[in-house]
Design a protein around this ligand. Structure first.
Ligand code: GSH
Length: 206
């Protein structure tokens, strides 16, 4: 398998998952600004992209994360097929992808170009951040008494949420002291060797 990643982007979640399963894989760093190079790998032109064992390129983080988890079911990165827990994990993945990643953080990345008037931009980012905070209020409630989103086991859901949460300081989303369960969970995820290795490889840690 080969993961195409951009440092610190949503592809970090797939990178963490690959480290967690411990199977050999390759990585290639790509720039999200280099559309020509990205589209030469896949027409969608964004990360993550995963070249699978059959040579095809798989896109969409949620699909890639489940593909990686299923390469080594014993790592419990996703619950077993056919169980209610599997659907619960998919429920999380979809929530993180649509509500947190794309609905929550993504508008803040593009605010400079989307809203050129400074006053309007401040109003826009305030509303987006308030909306994002509500998602984290919900996540905070769900982490009560749980080590990870799915309970005792770390899953790809945690890898994905951790990646999104790491963008907070970059977009000025203040998380300090607001969500103690999330803060404890974040520390727990950050300490995992697979996370440390992925972050070091991507140049995110000294
Ligand atoms: N629908 C895709 C979206 C992936 C995505 O938003 N990737 C971002 C990085 S986090 C990217 O490559 N952006 C560059 C671009 O779209 O030009 C998924 O869920 O995997």
């Amino acid at each position: 398998m080969k993961l195409y990643f951009s440092p610190g982007a949503c592809s970090l979640a797939s990178h963490i998952a690959l480290n967690e399963i411990g199977t050999a894989f390759e990585t290639e760093k790509v720039s999200t600004k280099d559309k020509v190079a990205m589209k030469a790998i896949h027409a969608k032109g964004y990360v993550p992209m995963l070249k699978m064992e059959n040579g095809e390129v798989l896109t969409e983080g949620v699909a890639i994360l489940q593909y990686i988890a299923d390469q080594k079911v014993e790592s419990n990165l996703m619950p077993k097929f056919g169980t209610v827990e599997r659907y619960r994990a998919q429920e999380w993945l979809n929530y993180i992808s649509t509500e947190v990643h794309k609905g929550g953080y993504a508008p803040l990345w593009g605010a400079e170009s989307m809203v050129t008037d400074a006053t309007a931009r401040t109003a826009f980012t305030t509303v987006v951040k308030e909306n994002l905070a509500k998602k984290f209020d919900y996540i905070e409630s769900q982490l009560t008494g749980r080590d990870y989103l799915m309970g005792k086991n770390f899953t790809v859901c945690d890898a994905y949420l951790f990646t999104c949460f790491s963008w907070s300081s970059m977009i000025g989303f203040d998380t300090a002291g607001k969500w103690p369960n999330i803060a404890a969970w974040n520390t727990r995820v950050y300490a995992r060797p697979a996370v440390q290795t992925a972050m070091k490889t991507e140049g995110l840690l000294k």
